[in-house]
Design a protein around this ligand. Structure first.
Ligand SMILES: Nc1ncnc2c1ncn2[C@@H]1O[C@H](COP(=O)(O)OP(=O)(O)OP(=O)(O)O)[C@@H](O)[C@H]1O
Ligand SMILES: [Mg+2]
Length: 269
């Protein structure tokens, strides 16, 4: 059965979607079957593969609100081993409100159960909020990756998010664990960056991935080309860093493996 990983943070623009796309592409390139699930009404996953809203007939709205088999919402990215369920939360404002406001908090978990056997990894790209969609993602997930943009106030917004994960773990998803915190948009030429890295690693004690994602133009170009960095330029720092992250998560000896399963309790911000 595939591992479901929510890529989440209520902070906007920290690299959630970039991580979902490029980590997903990296797992797929290593032979793992990957499904990306886009829970963000901005719909960035589809556009990162060159799809417009007119290319999408069914998506996450149908997964939540209809009895349509979830398989019918799965789209092929065109890359081997890599599928996605797009958001179509733009299609009907009333339905969108109904979903965001009142859908059952375990609906996504139930729906993914129908298909997760067909995948090694299901990566859920969360919206930048702590609403019903993020609740659904954290209830459906086995683990969470939390991107942290390497900036001075990086840790500031994290407290509420960590509190939410603790509540969900206590109330409805006891097996939820942190896969890790991921430092993104790292620019080591900047002295402040080094201070931030030190502070994040000290505060989050061993829960931070060794792999750091550099600020890299190929990653920023993903929506423009409609392809992951691995397809645009496989030797770019952006592509190789996400490949390294995939190895770190797989624990296949190409990078040290560290699964933060039992360490949630140590994080107090
Ligand atoms: N490592 C990186 N190097 C350069 N640009 C990046 C990097 N990571 C992300 N970006 C760019 O930064 C912006 C925000 O990234 P992204 O969309 O992945 O964040 P997000 O957390 O999903 O945002 P939102 O909260 O709005 O969904 C995008 O324009 C993206 O292309
Ligand atoms: Mg996003």
């Amino acid at each position: 059965m595939g591992e479901v990983i929510a890529i989440a943070s209520q902070k906007g623009g920290v690299g959630k979607t970039t991580t979902a796309i490029n980590l997903g592409a990296s797992f797929a390139s290593l032979g793992h079957r990957v499904l990306l699930v886009d829970l963000d009404p901005q719909g960035s996953v589809a556009s990162s593969f060159g799809f417009t809203r007119y290319d999408i007939n069914a998506g996450i709205l149908d997964v939540f609100l209809s009895d349509m088999p979830i398989k019918e919402a799965i789209h092929r990215t065109g890359l081997y081993n890599l599928d996605f369920i797009p958001t179509n939360l733009w299609s009907d404002e009333n339905e969108r409100r109904r979903l965001v406001g009142s859908a059952s908090k375990i609906k996504l978990k139930d729906r993914l159960a129908e298909i997760r056997d067909g995948y090694d990894f299901v990566l859920i790209d969360c919206p930048p909020s702590l609403g019903n969609l993020t609740f659904n993602a954290l209830n459906a997930a086995d683990s969470i990756i939390i991107p942290i943009q390497c900036e001075y106030y990086a840790l500031k917004a994290l407290g509420r998010f960590l509190k939410l994960t603790r509540i969900i773990k206590n109330d409805s998803n006891p097996n939820l664990s942190y896969r890790g915190f991921l430092l993104t948009m790292v620019d080591l030429r900047n002295r402040l960056t080094k201070i931030v890295i030190e502070k994040v690693r000290y505060t989050l004690k061993g829960l931070v991935f060794e792999t750091m994602i550099p600020r890299n133009i190929r990653l920023a170009e993903v929506p423009y080309y409609g392809q992951p960095a691995l397809s645009i330029d496989k030797s770019s720092k952006g592509a190789t860093s996400y490949l390294q992250l995939a190895h770190e998560i797989l624990g296949d000896g190409r990078n040290s493996s560290r699964y933060a399963a039992d360490k949630e309790g140590v994080v107090e911000i």
